[in-house]
Design a protein around this ligand. Structure first.
Ligand SMILES: [Zn+2]
Length: 338
């Protein structure tokens, strides 16, 4: 499959404070470790305010715009901004939408953008995120007439913003694998958060205990893939987070870059049949993010892993977590024989 990476220097203009982990160099970690061949770089595309309004409340967008232009340096306790940040956020949303709208079966389009998006809700910027890039991309696809879209979020943190945007909807399936929210920000993403009203059963949360390793990641991803196939979406979007890597300073999931490769491989056959796209979320270690991204991307494209590392295994507790997921999700998705 052909692989397209949508990115550019413009995303480095969003600056954060001195001790903040979500630094502009994150995109250099990825591009400087790129394999020599096997992918095409596409120019980023700037979005406009109307694109943000597909997901966000107008007063929130206007508040962020004026706050950023005033030169204030923070939108919430951990969401730093600089004067350029509103503009860069428009580029991030626009590039995510461009990757999504141009994706075709058998072609992978991944948007390497900053700031990330999955913690941003309709009315709040938080957790390093200003606006929700993947949610905006999904709404753009819905506007183009796609009737069902799935999101798979494998960032170490739960995508509470994305979940909140689609919580009462059955046209968008949100599936997240993340570190147990009792042990990590943002403290949501328990299996019993399944959606509400029409959307009941269309939010799937799969937490993993600290130290899970690739074994935990792949067990949950295998279940996620089966649910997504049963949902039978017109397109699949990935919230790509590489902060589950064992070297990452923020989390304790203990994945290896081979784990990310195998996550990509699990979805490869589906992406040969339906449009697939992705947007970058977290990942703060140069090795885990840089090489983890390419391994995921090449796995998705059905190629050999460009990088290797010893795989990691997890504690026996994973079985208990799988049962926890089963007890909440099993009644909506008949995955387990009675
Ligand atoms: Zn994260």
């Amino acid at each position: 499959m052909r692989l397209f990476v949508h990115t550019g220097e413009v995303f480095k203009a969003h600056k954060v404070g001195r001790f903040h982990p979500e630094v502009p160099e994150r995109l250099d970690y990825i591009m400087s470790s790129s394999p020599h061949a096997g992918f095409t770089v596409e120019e980023p595309k700037k979005g406009d305010i109307d694109l943000l309004l597909l997901v966000h409340d107008p007063w929130h967008v206007e508040t962020v715009r004026t706050t950023v232009l005033k030169g204030l340096t923070r939108l919430d306790i951990d969401t730093d901004v600089s004067r350029e940040s509103f503009d860069v956020a428009l580029w991030a949303a626009g590039t995510a939408v461009d990757a999504a709208l141009r994706s075709r079966p058998g072609e992978i389009r991944l948007a390497l953008v900053r700031p990330p998006g999955h913690h941003a809700s309709r009315t709040e910027s938080r957790g390093f995120c200003i606006f929700n890039n993947i949610a905006i991309a999904v709404e753009a696809l819905r506007e183009r007439g796609m009737s069902k879209i799935a999101i798979f979020d494998f960032d170490a943190h739960h995508g509470d913003g994305t979940q909140s945007v689609f919580y009462d909807r059955r046209d968008v399936l949100y599936v997240s694998v993340h570190q147990d929210p009792a042990t990590l920000y943002p403290g949501t993403g328990f299996p019993d958060e399944v959606g509400t009203g029409e959307g009941e059963g269309y939010t799937i949360n799969m937490p993993l205990p600290p130290g899970s390793g690739d074994e935990g990641l792949l067990t949950m991803t295998g279940v996620a893939k089966r649910i997504i196939e049963m949902f039978s979406p017109d397109a699949l979007g990935f919230s790509m987070g590489f902060d589950g890597h064992h070297r990452d300073p923020l989390t304790e999931l203990n994945y290896s870059i081979m784990g990310f490769y195998r996550v990509g491989s699990i979805f490869s056959d589906l992406c040969s049949r339906i449009p697939c796209f992705g947007t970058l979320e977290g990942g703060y270690d140069p090795f885990g993010l840089g090489k983890g991204f390419w391994n995921f991307a090449f796995g998705l494209a059905g190629r050999d892993a460009p990088y290797t590392e010893g795989g990691t295994t997890g504690p026996e507790k994973i079985e208990a977590y799988l049962n926890w997921v089963k007890s909440s999700v099993g009644k909506y998705w008949p995955l387990w024989a009675r």
